[in-house]
Design a protein around this ligand. Structure first.
Ligand code: BGC
Ligand code: BMA
Length: 398
């Protein structure tokens, strides 16, 4: 017999899922933010969490709770917006779930069941953060972090991060391929497959790391080619967007959404990390690479594109925004899906024109305070001239 509480919760959940989202009053001219998150743990079907049977679950308890919903890959298919999101159980293990919406900003619904990846990697403990790439070879690829225990050292928390690769045509049937091998980097996280062949090869954005947390000598987001996708191997990784002292990428950076092709270049929406007394702070930034060489940076606006604001700052891993998926729809509208504080998913929307303008016309980081002030005074002087004033009111020395 179905527990009566189920019907009550199902009704409440339906109200929550069908709530209309609206743009918030945040303004920067670059993108819009939204009032509500697009996916939270409350979106996860009740059937994934509760045993509905009154005989076996008389108190209607969550038997397998969900802790968080975050860091999703994204793809536009048949006019709909699909997210392959990282779902973290109360047991700290993550897995992937597919959710779909008609408009990309609300009413996301999960498929009946989460994704069950082929179990080809017995040592793998956790999987997360899938980047989806519609490749010109005809497949949709998912590249994700595959984490295993590092048994070579006597440290319970030591782990190894590698890039797992799956492919699908329908987001239902998934074929698992070999993990990516990078011959010169012991660990990899935040790997993303480029949508097109480069010199006839599969091209990956990588994030070379010396160990599980520290990128060490890894200087930033790498780029490397592989002959095969079934047994992907990268020998040399060259650097694209690099980490720099006293910028938003000082501690780490990594590829985010699959690059977006535009007339001016490939636009990348990535993440940068700096260390603070309150722990690592993750923000989202953007850069562009050349159409004829997607590993070469041709524009990099200074500073962050999206930083954690208000309630976004609070969660399991506070002070984090993180993206691994964006969608451009058939009207050239852009949907940047990002998670806040490893807890919930949001969307920021813009257009391709605005994104191009942002990436190519925002000044680069001048790297030193004095040069940054000069940059800003240049902006102010232009404005004052336009306004017909030569100095600020009250400071004219009159
Ligand atoms: C967590 C990730 C995190 C990584 C590095 C993993 O165990 O699941 O969310 O990014 O550690 O801190
Ligand atoms: C990482 C990522 C994410 C996560 C972030 C903050 O290194 O791979 O999974 O959002 O840390 O915890």
């Amino acid at each position: 017999m179905i527990h009566e509480k189920y019907f009550e919760l199902a009704k409440e959940q339906e109200v929550y899922l069908s709530r209309k989202n609206k743009k918030s009053d945040f303004y920067n001219g670059i993108y819009d933010r939204y009032e509500y998150p697009v996916l939270t743990r409350e979106h996860v079907p009740l059937t994934w969490r509760y045993d509905l049977n009154k005989e076996t679950n008389p108190f209607f308890m969550e038997r397998l709770g969900i802790n968080a919903v975050m860091n999703s890959g994204a793809i536009y298919m048949n006019g709909k917006y699909y997210l392959v999101v990282r779902i973290e159980g109360n047991d700290r293990k993550s897995f992937f779930g597919v959710a779909v919406s008609d408009n990309g900003v609300d009413n996301f619904r999960f498929a009946d069941r989460p994704v069950l990846l082929p179990d080809t990697c017995p040592e793998e403990t956790n999987v997360y953060d899938m980047r989806l790439t519609r490749h010109e070879d005809g497949y949709i690829y998912g590249v994700f972090c595959s984490e295993s225990k590092d048994t070579s050292v006597n440290d319970l928390s030591a782990a190894v991060a590698a890039a797992g690769i799956v492919r699908t045509k329908d987001l239902v049937n998934w074929e698992r391929l070999d993990n990516l091998k990078t011959l010169r980097s012991p660990q990899q996280r935040n790997v993303c497959l480029h949508p097109e062949f480069v010199d006839g090869k599969y091209a990956f954005y990588t994030r070379p790391m010396d160990d599980f947390i520290e990128t060490g000598s890894g200087g930033g987001i790498g780029f490397g080619l592989s002959e095969s996708i079934e047994h992907a191997v990268i020998d040399e990784e060259r650097m694209t967007s690099i980490r720099r002292y006293h910028t938003i990428t000082e501690s780490k950076n990594g590829a985010g959404a699959t690059p977006i092709k535009t007339d001016r270049g490939w636009i990348h929406i990535a993440h940068g990390v700096r260390n603070t007394a309150a722990g690592l702070r993750y923000v989202i930034y953007a850069f562009a690479t050349a159409l004829d060489d997607p590993g070469r940076v041709i524009a990099e606006p200074g500073g962050l594109l999206i930083g954690p604001r208000g309630g976004e700052r609070v969660g399991d891993v506070s002070n984090v925004v993180f993206t691994n998926g964006a969608i451009v729809n058939d009207r050239d509208e852009v949907f940047i899906y990002y998670a806040s504080s490893d807890t919930r998913m949001h969307v920021a929307t813009t257009t391709l024109d605005k994104l191009i303008d942002y990436v190519f016309n925002t000044p680069a980081d001048a790297l030193r305070s004095v040069d940054c002030v000069k940059q800003r005074i240049g902006l102010i002087d232009g404005n004052l001239e336009l306004l017909g004033k030569t100095n600020l009111p009250g400071l004219r020395g009159e």
